[in-house]
Design a protein around this ligand. Structure first.
Ligand code: ISE
Length: 336
C-alpha cells in the first residue's frame, strides 16, 4: 500500500511537495494537509485525490491516516512539529532549517535519542542534486587531491518581505553551511560575516550582498557570497580548489544559445529555485518514501537532525559575527 503522507504547511514549498508526491513520486500519496490559512489548505487538498484538510497540525500528526509527516511550515515552527512527529513515532521529512537556534535544534536531536532512533530526514535537498552527488563522490575518491578552498555563490532574483539578515543566514546560507559538512565531512570551527557596500535593492534590515567566510577544523577556508536580490536569476555555484584539480558545479544556466549571429552567445537563467532543483527534490522525496516503506526511516544520503544541529550552531556564530565583525568560534555540544 502507498505511504500516506501528511503535509504541514502548504505555502510555496509545501504545495510544491504535494504536487510532486501526487504526480511523480511512486509508492506514496498525500492523505492530509494542514495550513494556518485554511483556504490555502483546502485549495491544495482539492488538487490531491483522496486528500483531506486537518483541523490542526497536531491532529495531522496523530491521525490514523498519516503514516509519515512532511513539514514545510516556516522554520520557527520546525522544532515543535518535528519533535511531535518523533514523539508520535512517525518518520518526518522536515524542510530546512531544523530550528532557528542551536538550543532548539539540539532539543530535536535529544528527542530522537529518547525515542531510540532516527526519525527525521532534514530537507537539505542539494545532497540529492546530481552535480552535488558527483562532486561528493569525486571528493570521497580523492580525485581532486588535497582541498584548501571552496568558493560558493548563492543568488536569488528577489526575496520576500521580511527576509532580513537573520533569514539570509538561516534560510539561504544554511544550504552552503550544510554543503561544507556534506562535501568535507569536517566541522566548521569559526565563521566571519563580511559586509560590502549594499546593493541597490537591499531591503531594510538586509545586508545584500553578504559574504560569509568559514574555517574548518583542518584549516580549509570556504567563502559564501550571498546576493539575494539580483533582479535576475537563481544561481548556485560551487568551486572546489584541490591540489589535483579545480571543480566547478552549478553554472546556473538553464538554456544556452550558441547560434546567434555576430559571434556571441546567450543563455537564460530561471528566477526560481524550485525548477533548478526539481530533480534533487524529486530524488530526496522518493528516497524518503522508500526509507519509510522499508522501515529505515532516513535515507542514506539524507541530512539528519545532527546535521541540522551543526548547521544551526554555525548559523548562530555567523549571525553573531554580523555585529562582532570578526571570526566567531562555532561552539557545539557533544552528540548525545
Ligand atoms: C529558500 O528558502 C531556499 O531554500 C532556497 O533554496 C534558497 O535559494 C533561498 O535563498 C531560500 O530563501
Amino acid at each position: 500500500p502507498d505511504v500516506r503522507v501528511g503535509v504541514i504547511g502548504v505555502g510555496q514549498m509545501g504545495a510544491d511537495h504535494v504536487a510532486r508526491i501526487t504526480e511523480r513520486i511512486k509508492g506514496a500519496r498525500v492523505s492530509v494537509v494542514d495550513d494556518y490559512v485554511r483556504e490555502t489548505a483546502e485549495k491544495v487538498a482539492a488538487g490531491a485525490p483522496g486528500c483531506r484538510v486537518a483541523d490542526s497540525w497536531q491532529e495531522l500528526i496523530a491521525a490514523d491516516d498519516v503514516d509519515a509527516v512532511l513539514i514545510a511550515s516556516p522554520g520557527r515552527f520546525h522544532r515543535e512539529q518535528a519533535t511531535a512527529g518523533i514523539d508520535a513515532g512517525k518518520p518526518v521529512l522536515c524542510e530546512k532549517p531544523l530550528a532557528m537556534t542551536p538550543e532548539d535544534a539540539y532539543a530535536v536531536v535529544e528527542a530522537e535519542k529518547q525515542a531510540g532512533g532516527a526519525y527525521v530526514s532534514l530537507g537539505f535537498m542539494r545532497r540529492f542534486d546530481r552535480e552535488y552527488a558527483e562532486l561528493k563522490d569525486a571528493l570521497d575518491a580523492g580525485e581532486l587531491g588535497e582541498i584548501s578552498v571552496i568558493n560558493c555563490k548563492h543568488r536569488n532574483a528577489h526575496t520576500l518581505p521580511g527576509f532580513d539578515d537573520t533569514m539570509m543566514v538561516h534560510d539561504s546560507a544554511v544550504h552552503e553551511i550544510d554543503a561544507i559538512s556534506y562535501f568535507l565531512g569536517e566541522a566548521v570551527t569559526e565563521v566571519q560575516t563580511v559586509l560590502p557596500v549594499p546593493g541597490p535593492r537591499a531591503d531594510d534590515g538586509q545586508h545584500d550582498p553578504m559574504i560569509l567566510m568559514f574555517r574548518t577544523a583542518s584549516g580549509r577556508i570556504i567563502t559564501d557570497e550571498l546576493y539575494v536580490n539580483t533582479d535576475s536569476g537563481y544561481e548556485v555555484r560551487t568551486e572546489v580548489l584541490g591540489s589535483a584539480g579545480i571543480a566547478t558545479i552549478g553554472m546556473g544556466i538553464d538554456r544556452v544559445t550558441t547560434q546567434l549571429s555576430g559571434g556571441s552567445w546567450s543563455g537564460a537563467i530561471h528566477p526560481d529555485f524550485r525548477p533548478r532543483f526539481i530533480d534533487a527534490y524529486d530524488a530526496e522525496v522518493q528516497a524518503w518514501v522508500a526509507a519509510v516503506a522499508d522501515g529505515s526511516r532516513v535515507a542514506r544520503r539524507s541530512a539528519t537532525t545532527w546535521d541540522g544541529y551543526l548547521a544551526a550552531a554555525t548559523c548562530a556564530a555567523a549571525e553573531e559575527s554580523l555585529t562582532a565583525g570578526r571570526f566567531v568560534p562555532v561552539t557545539t555540544r557533544p552528540r548525545p
